[in-house]
Design a protein around this ligand. Structure first.
Ligand SMILES: [Zn+2]
Length: 288
């Protein structure tokens, strides 16, 4: 799913406005992302209680534990449920109250310069694949809009008081997903540039080759298609289908040597296209 942010609000997600926020100090850029976990009652999922806590509406009688926390004035920017649903409570440009007394790299009061994301979960259970996928997507999006340079856990900025997101949060997998999605975004843009360039030099065809040509079992369909036909009608559509399906992309491929050879006799101006294909090869290798 692709998201965008307008006026500090993520579009197309549930918005529940919290009263627990204020202005950020001026001249302090949003440079930190803080990952948390929360579940209410502890270790129970799916209920309305986190939303109620972050909006000051938690009923102290609904659970014995709630009597100890219902008066807290706390919030986060985002809450990601086990099924991947995202709820936003505070616009990103405002200061949510998620970190409490805290310090990152010697800088105190992390709420001033951070965005807080709560994952529905606890310290003793794995988070869900849907949560990791959403979190990684949102992380990349936030990095496009805000000058975020670090990502940390609540326990790292308030080590005496906090243990979340806890030992079950898989930082390595999270980082791997971020890199994968970054690569996918770049490849998506590169394919578009290749298409545009092929249009420009009139190598982009209006009608596909004969259906039989698609039955080739050879690499690059070398026995039935021209190099540019294979690129337009087989390679690019396949890559786009994988991207649409959020599937893993082939890694470390090398198209450039074949195209350099195939275009040797071309009368088109193919230098720029070859350069774009080389860049695509390079992008496919960054997560090897
Ligand atoms: Zn926390």
């Amino acid at each position: 799913m692709s998201f965008k942010i307008i006026n500090g609000w993520l579009q197309n997600v549930k918005q529940v406005i919290s009263p627990f926020y204020n202005e950020r100090p001026q001249d302090q850029p949003i440079s930190l992302l803080v990952i948390h976990n929360i579940s209410l009652p502890p270790n129970q999922y799916g209920g309305p209680y986190v939303e109620q806590l972050f909006t000051g509406k938690l009923d102290p009688n609904a659970d014995p534990y709630f009597a100890t926390i219902y008066q807290l004035q706390v919030s986060s920017h985002l809450f990601i449920r086990r099924d991947g649903e995202i709820i936003q409570f505070v616009p990103f440009d405002k200061r949510a109250w998620h970190a409490g007394k805290s310090q990152f790299n010697g800088q105190e009061n992390c709420n001033d310069f951070s965005i807080g994301i709560e994952l529905e979960g606890c310290d003793t259970e794995d988070f869900t694949e849907l949560q990791y996928q959403q979190l990684a997507t949102i992380t990349l999006l936030l990095q496009q809009y805000y000058p975020i340079v670090n990502i940390t856990g609540h326990s790292d900025i308030a080590p005496q008081r906090k243990t979340d997101p806890g030992p079950c949060f898989d930082w390595q997998y999270y980082n791997q997903l971020i890199n994968q999605k970054k690569q996918t975004n770049l490849i998506f843009l590169q394919l578009k540039q290749i298409e545009d360039e092929m249009q420009r030099i009139k190598l982009w065809q209006m009608t596909p080759p004969h259906a039989d040509a698609f039955l080739s079992k050879e690499p690059f369909a070398i026995d039935t298609m021209e190099a540019n036909e294979w690129l337009q009608w087989i390679f690019i559509p396949r890559m786009r289908a994988l991207i649409d399906a959020s599937a893993n992309l082939p890694q470390g491929f090398a198209l450039h040597p074949y195209f350099e050879e195939a275009f040797k006799e071309q009368h088109y101006e193919i230098d720029r296209l070859l350069q774009l294909i080389k860049q695509l090869d390079d992008l496919s290798a960054i997560n090897d």
